[in-house]
Design a protein around this ligand. Structure first.
Ligand SMILES: Nc1ncnc2c1ncn2[C@@H]1O[C@H](COP(=O)(O)OP(=O)(O)OP(=O)(O)O)[C@@H](O)[C@H]1O
Length: 302
């Protein structure tokens, strides 16, 4: 019978001297689909993935992981003077079993078939990331763990990487990936865990998270900010305050924002610039991951 849970962590803790990198992580990753592990720098994402892959040992807590896990933390590393194919062959030798039989398929799967004979040292960053995924595929994993796979790629590379991750999940694997970007998670993930300071501050579906998100934030510049503030006071669904870098911040859904822009025009206040600053999910992500005391953070339901 297929497992319904790919990962279950309870109270997982890891300290490095005085630094608590993982501070009692409770988290369940359902089997199937893409699960995003999100958080700002230093939140503990990589530490968690390291424990998952058995690279570091937790100090406390329990971790249950499904059969068949493979992936990489930080950037995958290869012998630069050997070809992509030869690097995979060495890894397959170490793994044994039928890993060697999967080399051709893995190279094709990640789009490196035609570049297999070139030295890995000459590969672009994106090609090395894809070779890292090919290396993981040699183990035919049920759970594929990827640490910021799209980080450092150009826009086309990011698009290609996201498409590859989605395909790998569609083929029936569970993909667990870390990311700094809420927009990436929104596009790619079915479920997410948001971490801050070694703790889980949200874990659940992207859909549920979206339901808790505030109105999108816009930056507005007008010919008369005082008048704009007064006008906003009389409009439903519009919250306006000063922007820290000048002008105004407007929180509103699109219909209310439209009504506000029309009202400004009618009152003779010119709109000089109106720019989306944060999507609702990004705004929620910032709220969840700001360095505030735990009791002030909404939605603590790991
Ligand atoms: N080997 C280590 N020795 C000492 N401290 C460490 C070590 N690994 C991680 N840390 C610390 O643990 C905390 C969590 O780091 P971790 O790399 O897990 O965060 P992260 O969320 O992956 O961050 P990033 O997005 O920057 O990769 C940080 O304060 C980091 O400095």
């Amino acid at each position: 019978m297929p497992e319904v849970t790919a990962v279950e962590a309870r109270g997982l803790t890891k300290r490095y001297g005085d630094v608590v990198a993982a501070d009692g992580i409770d988290l369940v990753v359902p089997a199937g689909g893409v699960h995003g592990l999100l958080g700002p720098n230093g939140a503990g994402k990589t530490t968690f993935l390291r424990m998952l892959l058995g690279l570091v040992r937790p100090d406390a807590g329990t971790l249950r992981v499904c059969e068949g896990v493979a992936g990489f933390v930080e950037s995958p590393r290869f012998y630069p003077y050997l070809s992509g194919e030869r690097n995979l062959a060495l890894l397959a030798d170490l793994d044994g079993g039928d890993a060697a039989d999967r080399i051709d398929g893995a190279l094709r799967r990640v789009g490196l078939d035609e570049r297999r004979g070139e030295k890995a040292g000459g590969y672009s960053h994106g090609m090395r990331q894809r070779l890292g995924i090919a290396a993981a595929l040699l183990r035919a994993p049920q759970l594929l763990v990827l640490d910021e796979p799209a980080d450092g790629l150009d826009p086309a590379g990011i698009r290609a990487m996201r498409a590859l991750v989605a395909e790998l999940a569609d083929e029936g694997r569970t993909v667990l990936l870390s990311s700094h970007h809420m927009a990436e998670a929104e596009e790619l993930c079915d479920t997410v865990t948001v971490m801050r300071s070694g703790r889980v501050v949200y874990s659940g579906t992207v859909e549920e998270l979206r339901g808790r998100a505030p109105d999108p934030a816009h930056r507005l510049r007008t010919s008369d900010d005082d008048e704009a503030l007064t006008l906003a006071g009389g409009l439903p669904g519009v919250r306006v305050g000063p922007h820290p870098e000048g002008g105004l911040t407007v929180h509103a859904e699109q219909p209310a924002l439209d009504a506000f822009a029309v009202a400004l025009g009618r009152a003779g206040v010119a709109v000089r610039a109106l720019r989306l600053e944060a999507t609702p999910l990004e705004a929620l992500f910032f709220r969840l991951t700001e360095a505030v005391p735990t009791e002030d953070v909404p939605a603590e339901d790991a």
